[in-house]
Structure formats: structure tokens, C-alpha cells
Design a binder for this molecule. Structure first.
Ligand SMILES: CC(C)(COP(=O)(O)OP(=O)(O)OC[C@H]1O[C@@H](n2cnc3c(N)ncnc32)[C@H](O)[C@@H]1OP(=O)(O)O)[C@@H](O)C(=O)NCCC(=O)NCCS
Length: 180
């Protein structure tokens, strides 16, 4: 389905995006596919939830990484975050987080955000980023497809990582892109 769909552009996230980022997370969590958290985990304190996004955007702006949003008309369609690990000897490595609002999924937004954040990562020199990690539930075929398309590999699998309401388990893939 990628390609045909709503028009959007990508720009750096801003502190004022925190409420819309919170809305995307809540919508994705309500559907429950591809995510660890449940509505119960998020709770109903929107101000606190937005505060966590604002705090993360502040950290990224201060130099720990980068956050981009896809904008379609007046709405945020999705966002991606890449944040370096804090310890000095891990600062060449960064953790990826990607989410697209349910009604924008399947139209190329996720792939475009990933392409742009990888371009940013390649341009980084403080120090250069050599490794990007993403944790992906094993039943999240769409995300696995996208990450593999950009060269990510499954380095290992955490068995029975998640237990869902019916009592069954879902494994979790540790994926990574190693950069020259
Ligand atoms: C995973 C996610 C980020 C993808 O973003 P998106 O905008 O929906 O994806 P895109 O439209 O850019 O790309 C979809 C691709 O997956 C493919 N795809 C769709 N369903 C698939 C499936 N079941 N199995 C394999 N590939 C699939 C599409 O064909 C397309 O690939 P192509 O362009 O090579 O044909 C988004 O669906 C999302 O936010 N999901 C919920 C949260 C989540 O899973 N986040 C990632 C956590 S690691």
C-alpha cells in the first residue's frame, strides 16, 4: 500500500509536538500491535505522559540524538527517535524508536522517517554513529520487513519476551544496523 496515500513532509520534532506525540502513542497502544505497553501502562495522566515526551525532546535537542516527525496537513502522522546510549563507551550506538499513527500506516510514512533518520545518523560526527539498535516483537512483520529493507539484521531473539492477555507469549528480536 506504500506510495499512494496522504501527502506528508518530514521535519525535526519540536517541544510543541509533545501532545501530538502522546496522541500517536496512545492510538498505537490502544490497537496493541507491535508494542509492549498497554493502555493500563500508559494510565490516564496525559500531562505526565506529555511531560515524558517533552523531556525526551529536550534531551535530544541538547545533543543525545535526533527526533523527526512526519506532518500531513495539521496532523502529525508519525515520528522517529534516535538516541545515543549515555555511557562514554556506548556513545557510538543509538536506540531507534518508530511509530506511525494508525490511520497513516501503510502509506510509506514509516519508511520515509527511517530513511531520513538514517541520513541524519550518517551525518553525525560527535562521535560518528556506528550501530543502531531496534527491538522488534517477532510478530511485527511489517516493522521487520522495513528494518531489513534498510540493512538491519536480527542479532538475537529474546524468547517469551511478552505475555499477552490470553496467556500466550511473543518473542522479541534484537535488530541492529552496523554502519561503516
Ligand atoms: C511498523 C510501522 C512503523 C511501519 O510504518 P508504516 O508507515 O505503516 O510502513 P510503510 O507504509 O512505510 O511500509 C510498509 C512496508 O511493510 C510491508 N508490509 C506491510 N504488512 C506487512 C506484513 N504483514 N509482512 C511483511 N511486510 C509487510 C509493506 O508492503 C511495505 O513494504 P514495501 O514498501 O517494501 O512494499 C507502523 O506500522 C507502526 O507504527 N506500527 C505500530 C508501532 C510499531 O510497530 N513500531 C515499530 C516498533 S519496532
Amino acid at each position: 500500500m506504500s506510495g499512494a496515500g496522504p501527502e506528508f513532509h518530514v521535519r525535526p520534532a519540536e517541544p510543541a509536538d509533545a501532545p501530538a506525540l502522546r496522541e500517536i502513542e496512545r492510538a498505537v497502544v490502544d490497537i496493541g500491535a507491535g508494542v509492549v505497553l498497554t493502555p493500563e501502562d500508559l494510565g490516564d495522566d496525559d500531562a505526565c505522559h506529555e511531560g515524558r515526551f517533552a523531556e525526551k525532546l529536550g534531551r535530544l535537542a541538547a545533543g543525545t540524538g535526533c527526533s523527526l516527525v512526519a506532518v500531513s496537513g495539521q496532523r502529525l502522522a508519525g515520528h522517529v527517535t534516535l538516541e545515543r546510549y549515555k555511557p562514554v563507551r556506548l556513545r557510538h550506538a543509538a536506540l531507534l524508536d518508530l511509530a506511525v499513527a494508525p490511520d497513516f500506516q501503510g502509506h510509506g510514512v514509516g519508511q520515509r522517517l527511517l530513511r531520513d533518520i538514517l541520513a541524519w545518523a550518517k551525518s553525525e560526527a560527535r562521535p560518528p554513529i556506528r550501530r543502531i539498535q531496534a527491538n522488534v516483537l517477532a510478530d511485527n512483520e511489517r516493522a521487520i520487513h522495513i528494518y531489513q529493507g534498510f540493512g538491519f539484521e536480527i542479532e538475537g531473539t529474546r524468547k517469551r519476551f511478552l505475555q499477552i492477555a490470553d496467556g500466550s507469549f511473543v518473542d522479541d528480536h534484537m535488530m541492529a544496523l552496523v554502519m561503516e
